[in-house]
Design a protein around this ligand. Structure first.
Ligand SMILES: Cc1ncc(COP(=O)(O)O)c(C=O)c1O
Length: 389
C-alpha cells in the first residue's frame, strides 16, 4: 500500500542532507566537544558551526543560542529561567490559553509556587488580541509568553504587537516558535522577543534537538547545574549529532522557505476547497488567512476524529485527530475549548499538516478516502437512531 504522510505538524522525516551530516558526527568525528584533542575539536567546531547557522536563521547572534533537547525543554527553560531570575522584581506572568503543554504546565507549576498567571483568551479563530495582553500587564509582570503559530489550528499570533506592549511595560517576552519557524520568516529582532523556542524535528531535522534564543543581557537563570557547556546555561555533554542536524535543517529551511511556503500553501488551499465542497457539515477551524501554510484543521460533524484517524490509517493515510501531544489523553483539546468550540463538535477534529514530499495526487486521494469514511461513519451512526425512532 502506498502510504501518505499528512502529519508534518507532529514530526517530519529527516532530510537526507541532515542525516548525512549527522552520520559524520556519530561515526568518525564522535569526540566530546570539551576534549582538547583533535576528535574533541572537530566536535566543538561542528557545534559552533551549527550555532552560527541557527543564529543566522533567527536573525540572532550565535552567543544568544542555547541548544536544548527540543521545543519542550526550550519552553520550560524560558519560563522557569525568567521566573527564577526575576522573582524579586515581580511574580506575575501573562500566558495565552492555547500554548503547548510544556508552556501551560510550567505556568501552572509556577502558580503553585506563588507566581500569578493571567491566562489570555483567544477569539473563535484562535487569535490572541494584543489589547487583552496589554490590559493584563502590571508593574509586577515579568514575562509574557504567546506562541508564534498554534500547533493544532495553525493560527499565527500577532507576536510583534504583543511584544511591543510587553516591552513598554518592562516585561520580558517569550514566543514558542516551534510550529512557525521554517514555515514563515522569523527574525527575533523584528519580533522584539527576548526568548524564543525552536525544535529540529518539525523542520526535517532529528528528534531530541532544539534551541532557545536568549537575547544577550536578558535576566535569566540556568536551571541545570554541573558543567560549563552552553556557557553554563545548559550543562551536559552536547548532543553533537542532533545539534549538527538542527543546524543543517535550519539552513535548508531558510533556503527553501519562500518557494515551499507557496507550494504547500497552494496544496493546502486545494485540500480545503475540496473538503468543504464535498463534505457537508465540515468546517475549517482557525484563522482563514493568518495561519501557517501547511496547516488545515477541520471540524467534521457526525464523525469522531479518532474514528477518521483509524480509518484513514487503515488506508495508509496519516493525519492527526488532535495535536500529537494532546492525542491519547482523551480530553477535549484545550485549544478548541479556548476557541469556544462545543465538545460534541471538537470530537470531530481532524488536523492535516502538509510537507515537502506531498503532492496533488496525495491530497486528492486523502479527500476521496475522507469523503468515503465520513459517509460510512455517518450512515452507521444514523442506523440505530432511525431504528429507535
Ligand atoms: C507549539 C509546540 N511547542 C513545543 C513543542 C514541543 O517540541 P518538542 O517535541 O521538540 O519537545 C511542540 C511539539 O509538538 C509544539 O507543537
Amino acid at each position: 500500500m502506498r502510504r501518505i504522510y499528512l502529519d508534518h505538524g507532529a514530526t517530519t522525516p529527516s532530510d537526507p542532507g541532515v542525516i548525512a551530516e549527522m552520520l559524520t558526527y556519530l561515526r568518525e568525528s564522535f569526540g566530546n566537544p570539551s576534549s582538547r584533542h583533535t576528535f574533541g575539536r572537530e566536535a566543538r567546531d561542528a557545534v559552533e558551526k551549527a550555532r552560527v547557522r541557527v543564529a543566522r536563521g533567527l536573525g540572532a547572534d550565535p552567543r544568544e543560542i542555547v541548544f536544548t533537547s527540543g521545543g519542550s525543554e526550550a519552553n520550560y527553560l524560558a519560563l522557569r529561567g525568567v521566573a527564577c531570575a526575576n522573582r524579586d522584581r515581580g511574580r506575575h506572568l501573562v500566558v495565552s490559553r492555547i500554548e503547548h503543554h510544556s508552556v501551560l504546565d510550567t505556568g501552572r507549576d509556577l502558580e503553585r509556587e506563588g507566581f500569578e498567571v493571567s491566562w489570555i483568551p483567544v477569539d473563535g479563530s484562535g487569535l490572541v488580541n494584543p489589547g487583552d495582553v496589554a490590559a493584563a500587564l502590571r508593574p509586577a509582570t515579568i514575562l509574557v509568553s504567546v506562541m508564534l503559530a498554534n500547533n493544532e489550528v495553525g493560527t499565527i499570533q500577532p507576536v510583534r504587537e504583543i511584544a511591543a506592549h510587553a516591552r513598554a511595560a518592562g516585561a520580558l517576552v517569550h514566543t514558542d516558535a516551534v510550529q512557525g519557524f521554517g514555515k514563515m520568516p522569523v527574525d527575533v529582532r523584528e519580533l522584539g522577543v527576548d526568548l524564543l523556542s525552536i525544535s529540529a524535528h518539525k523542520i526535517y531535522g532529528p528528534k531530541g534537538a532544539g534551541a532557545m534564543y536568549l537575547r544577550e543581557g536578558t535576566n535569566w537563570r540556568p536551571l541545570n547545574r554541573g558543567g560549563g557547556q552552553e556557557r553554563g546555561r545548559r550543562p551536559g555533554t552536547e548532543n553533537v549529532a542532533g545539534i549538527v542536524g538542527l543546524g543543517m535543517a535550519v539552513e535548508l529551511a531558510a533556503g527553501e522557505l519562500e518557494a515551499e511556503a507557496a507550494r504547500v500553501g497552494a496544496l493546502r488551499e486545494r485540500l480545503v476547497e475540496q473538503v468543504l465542497a464535498r463534505l457537508p457539515g465540515a468546517r475549517l477551524t482557525g484563522h482563514r488567512e493568518q495561519r501557517v501554510p501547511h496547516n488545515a484543521h477541520f471540524l467534521i460533524a457526525g464523525a469522531a476524529g479518532f474514528e477518521l484517524l483509524a480509518g484513514l490509517d487503515a488506508e495508509g493515510v496519516a493525519v492527526s485527530a488532535a495535536s500529537a501531544c494532546a492525542a491519547g489523553s482523551g480530553a477535549s483539546s484545550h485549544v478548541l475549548q479556548a476557541m469556544g468550540v462545543p465538545d460534541e463538535l471538537a470530537l470531530g477534529a481532524v488536523r492535516v499538516t502538509l510537507g515537502r514530499g506531498n503532492t496533488t495526487e496525495e491530497v486528492d486521494r486523502f479527500v476521496e478516502v475522507l469523503e468515503r469514511l465520513v459517509g460510512e461513519i455517518r450512515s452507521r451512526n444514523a442506523g440505530p437512531k432511525s431504528a429507535q425512532g
